[in-house]
Design a protein around this ligand. Structure first.
Ligand code: 5GP
Length: 196
């Protein structure tokens, strides 16, 4: 069986990653990696579904045990991708999506160059601020910190393989599906096709 594709989706918080990725994984060929984090759960978030919520000590133990494909600190909390699930899903031929920030994305590209990096951008930083405020889940100080980080992240989009501007969710989802289709058809990924 063909191995699945590892797709990293990054972009500033408020760019709509959650919504876009949620649409993508409605297709059975996709699996979403659930990250571990030391951030406190937001209202409505469930352990093991949105994240594996960890204490700092638990997270550090996972680092020491080499449990992560990548991890990074973001706005005062740690976030990391547990490796075993990603490996298993790829082996089962699923396209695995990692919804992670930029430092983690670059770590993934370094250790697995075949990963495809997609930057999901908001139409503008003003629109991003509206979305972050509209979400109503973050305190003002957190919004300010995330806006500052967003501006820094946006400067790095050119390091990604693809950029998708999320003006409309449906269009962004179909853009990412097109990227996945094209990547899976690359000759590099199909060297062992047998036409006999
Ligand atoms: P949030 O606190 O809004 O859920 O996530 C904050 C940022 O951390 C987002 O940009 C999100 O994509 C990123 N993030 C979530 N999980 C991971 C992870 O496992 N690794 C890294 N590097 N970033 C993550």
């Amino acid at each position: 069986m063909d191995k699945g594709l590892l797709i990293v989706v990054s972009g500033p918080s408020g760019a709509g990653k959650g919504t876009v990725v949620g649409e993508l994984i409605k297709n059975k060929g996709y699996a979403l990696s659930v990250s571990a984090t030391t951030r406190s759960p937001r209202e409505g978030e469930t352990d093991g579904v949105n994240y594996f919520f960890k204490t700092v000590d638990e997270f550090k133990k996972m680092i020491a045990d080499n449990d992560f494909l990548e991890y990074a600190e973001f706005c005062g909390n740690f976030y990391g991708t547990p490796l075993p699930y990603v490996r298993q899903m790829l082996d089962e031929g699923k396209n695995v999506i990692l919804e992670i920030e930029v430092k983690g994305a670059f770590q993934v590209k370094r250790s697995l160059p075949e990963a495809v990096l997609v930057f999901l951008a908001p139409p503008s930083l003003g629109e991003l601020e509206n979305r972050l405020r509209g979400r109503g889940t973050e305190a003002e100080e957190v919004i300010q910190r995330r806006m500052k980080r967003a501006a820094e992240e946006m400067e790095l989009f050119a390091e990604y393989d693809y950029i998708v501007v999320n003006t409309e969710v449906e269009k962004a989802v179909s853009d990412i599906r097109s990227i996945v289709t094209a990547e899976r058809l690359k000759t590099d990924r199909n060297k062992n096709i047998n036409f006999k």
